[in-house]
Design a protein around this ligand. Structure first.
Ligand SMILES: Cc1ncc(COP(=O)(O)O)c(C=O)c1O
Length: 392
């Protein structure tokens, strides 16, 4: 089977956040969008044909989650991650972010502490702040070019009466795929402090060769308090369809979450989301394997280009996700200056590192989920901007 990830698909005018919000976010439309975490690639053909078939039935009424949908997910995780999920453990949710909000509401009272590990996906902060819980940051440490968890500090955070840790695994934006010893250490700390672990594994299928993603739930013991969020949205590039799942083995946790889900009316099934979800998990495997090869080449291209032509910017070597974390501290700019430099001098729309927390100061996040020709153009624009601005 062959897949054409080089195909030029125009996304302008499709109500795409990445493309059509550029004027608002970057002040103009002549900026190449390499920000929001979706990819510019066509979804697997099996997804598109299932959606077309569903659309041809002209009644789009209230829907149910069929058994076959649950089975598609159970089979995917058993096959790809050697993780065995029981049907009863699964709660469907419109998105991972709403699930994080719901879990915080279910397991922590207002004012109680929730730990996050910055720099991290910004909704982790806002889900804590907006629900009136107390944000406890356990910053990651950059050591010899690789991010590490500060486990001693995590233990101190947990001892402050925290209720929950939201783990990002693999980690957006720093690209770490956590190793077994790291996950085990987190589990031990959680056990000692009665901490609930909400593991956001939305990027679990997007791992570079040589790395293996471990589901925290698979490393955990039966009585550990682990809840896992997964979705086909990043894996198969269907995030706009909005459907995810929480895997909650503990019946009391499930009950507490179900109550919040009901209160927020989060259980509604969209006929298109559920169609895409099942088709992706059932038939998307070969597409994903080809995608991972393409992403690996994109990563290599950027890595080589920066090393050869833009040594002032260095890449934190990614282990997973299609998001690259660029260390731009060598440019010597403030965060506002760095953002403006990328937009105005380089014509590139990336996510400023500072939006992921203070530890992201001086960094930019680059989305490589796009065709290689775009990345080539982006790197050339960046090289030219750096050479003209910092020539002396
Ligand atoms: C770590 C992480 N969690 C959750 C999401 C978004 O999930 P959803 O669209 O299902 O709310 C993203 C998207 O970038 C992400 O990177």
């Amino acid at each position: 089977m062959s897949f054409d990830f080089d195909r030029d698909i125009r996304r302008e005018g499709t109500q795409s956040v990445k493309y059509d919000a550029r004027r608002v976010v970057f002040g103009g439309e002549d900026v190449m969008p390499l920000w929001v975490a979706d990819m510019d690639f066509a979804a697997p053909e099996a997804v598109t044909s299932a959606l077309v078939e569903r659309a041809q039935h002209p009644v789009y009424g209230y829907s149910l989650f069929p058994d076959s949908l649950y089975q598609s997910m159970i089979d995917w995780f058993a096959t790809r991650h050697d993780w065995h999920i029981e049907r009863d453990w699964i709660l469907m949710a419109p998105g991972v972010v709403p699930s994080i909000h719901a879990a915080i509401m279910a397991f922590a009272n207002p004012g109680e502490g929730i730990i996050v590990q910055s720099p991290v996906y910004p909704p982790f902060f806002s889900s804590v702040n907006k629900t009136g819980r107390r944000l406890i940051d356990n910053p990651l440490r950059l050591e010899n070019g690789r991010y590490q968890m500060d486990l001693e500090h995590l233990e101190q955070c947990a001892a402050q009466g925290a209720r929950m840790l939201i783990l990002c695994s693999p980690h957006n934006p720093v690209g770490r795929v956590w190793e077994e010893h790291e996950l085990r250490a987190v589990l031990e700390i959680a056990r000692r402090h009665d901490l609930i672990l909400l593991s956001d594994d939305i990027h679990c299928d997007l791992v570079l060769p040589g790395k293996r993603h471990l589901m925290l739930a698979n490393v955990a013991q039966a009585d550990d308090q682990v809840i896992t969020a997964v979705a086909p949205s990043k894996t198969f590039n269907v995030p706009g369809l909005g459907l995810s799942a929480l895997v909650v083995p503990d019946p009391d946790h499930r009950q507490a979450l179900k109550q919040v889900f009901e209160t927020l009316h989060m259980e509604q099934a969209n006929p298109f989301s559920l169609t895409a979800f099942e088709a992706a998990y059932r038939s998307g495997g070969p597409w994903l394997d080809a995608l991972l090869e393409y992403l690996q080449d994109n990563h290599r291209f950027v890595s080589d280009y920066l090393r050869e032509h833009i040594p002032r910017i260095s890449l934190i070597e990614p282990e997973g996700t299609y998001l690259l974390w660029l260390d731009c501290r060598g440019l010597g700019l403030s965060d506002a200056g760095l953002k403006a430099f990328f937009i105005k001098q380089a014509g590139l729309g990336l996510n400023p590192g500072i939006s992921f927390g203070e530890g992201g100061s001086g960094f930019m996040r680059l989305n490589i989920g796009t065709r290689r020709a775009n990345l080539q153009r982006a790197m050339e624009q960046l090289r030219l901007a750096v050479e003209t601005t910092f020539s002396k």
